[in-house]
Design a protein around this ligand. Structure first.
Ligand code: 5AD
Length: 354
């Protein structure tokens, strides 16, 4: 493939499929390098960090792939107290983080909605209003998004999981709580509420084709998102979707996930692309490889260790990797891998215009 013909921001579905079909190691390297070149020329070679705090695994949803789905009664449910959250924030501030992600199972009750609002205010106060907060708390009423934005959240992550409605429906229960159109509407509502919006999909789902993945990437462009998180699907043994088997080998999902990062960097040069944590469960160098394929955001897990094993969305291998060890790995690799880890910045998406 003649990479020089792939104009940044201008490739189409056909070119994306050709990128995703690549298997030869030399060609893979060329594509990853080309995507990094575009990243470096457009937004620079800095990698931004966010401290991830997994607030609670209590969830009303029953997604067929997810380890914390409501029907999984093997999970010990937890919810961090305000004190635990603020202690974690404090520790992360001391490590140098300027940006935080609060992730939680999905709940829409008013106790939860109000708790998040209060926590946002407390955390912003703690950070002297000099930090950025991203929420990842699922589908909510448009009013809730507006409320949380006002309370101090800057960004929001909500993956569409698959832009193919039929595939979406095979990985979610068929009921009012899991509607494809509601998911897409929620992403649009987040935009209207003024958030920097992130979305994405899982890669290597049962029945997913290269064409569907190319459509997912084109859909991200159509939605004009500011940030993307996408990673390999990994079976969680206590979920219905682990029984079906995907037919796509883990190493294949890994390659496809990296190629999706590169293709998306060529398609949307200015956006923030996260190195998916799920990659580390297939290969210890996973997140580093994603940065080398064109990603520019790293989200080390800072959740208190005593609850971390209860927040398994998928089978994890690297769950006990502490934030500090992960950062060390990145710092020691940055020179020969052509990026600079920059903790001391918000790292707002360059695709976001306030
Ligand atoms: N494998 C990979 N990713 C998963 N997620 C949930 N379950 C799995 C799984 N089994 C991802 C979803 C969700 C994000 C928070 O975690 O894409 O949006």
């Amino acid at each position: 493939m003649n990479l020089q013909k792939l104009d940044p921001g201008k490739i189409g579905k056909r070119e994306i499929i050709r990128i995703l079909e690549t298997t030869h190691p030399d060609e893979l390297r060329e594509i990853y390098d080309y995507a990094c070149k575009i990243r470096n020329e457009t937004i620079g070679n800095k990698v931004y960090t966010r401290a991830l705090i997994e607030l609670s695994n209590k969830c009303q949803k029953d997604c067929l792939y997810c380890g914390i789905r409501a029907s999984n009664n093997k999970v010990k449910r937890y919810e961090l107290s305000d004190e635990e959250v603020l202690k974690t924030v404090n520790g992360a501030l001391a490590e140098g983080y300027k940006s935080f992600v609060i992730q939680s199972g999905e709940r829409q009750d008013s106790a939860f909605v109000n708790r998040i609002s209060q926590l946002l205010q407390q955390i912003q106060k703690f950070g002297d209003n000099k930090i950025r907060i991203t929420l990842s708390c699922g589908e909510q009423h448009p009013e809730t998004y507006i409320k949380w934005k006002k309370a101090g959240a800057d960004r929001y992550l909500l993956r569409f999981e698959s832009s193919d409605q039929k595939l979406f429906e095979t990985i979610h229960p068929n009921n009012q709580k899991h509607k494809y159109n509601d998911r897409i509407a929620a992403i649009v509502n987040l935009r209207k509420a003024g958030f920097q919006v992130g979305s994405g999909m899982m890669i290597g789902l049962p029945g997913q084709t290269l064409e569907m993945l190319a459509d997912d990437l084109c859909f991200l462009k159509e939605l004009d998102v500011h940030m993307v998180g996408m990673g390999p699907f990994l079976e969680h043994p206590d979920t219905p979707l682990s029984k079906s088997g995907t037919g796509i080998h883990e190493s294949e999902r890994y390659r496809l996930a990296l190629l999706c990062v590169s293709a998306l960097r060529i398609l949307m040069p200015k956006i923030n692309i996260a190195a998916a944590t799920a990659l580390d469960s297939i290969n210890a160098m996973g997140r580093l490889d994603a940065i080398e394929a064109g990603a520019n955001v790293l989200m080390p897990n800072c959740t208190p260790l005593n609850v971390r094993e209860n927040y398994f969305l998928y089978k994890k291998k690297s769950h006990l990797t502490e934030s500090r060890q992960l950062l060390q790995k990145f710092i020691s690799n940055q020179n020969n891998r052509g990026f600079i880890l920059n903790m001391n910045a918000w790292g707002d998406s360059r695709a976001y215009k306030n």
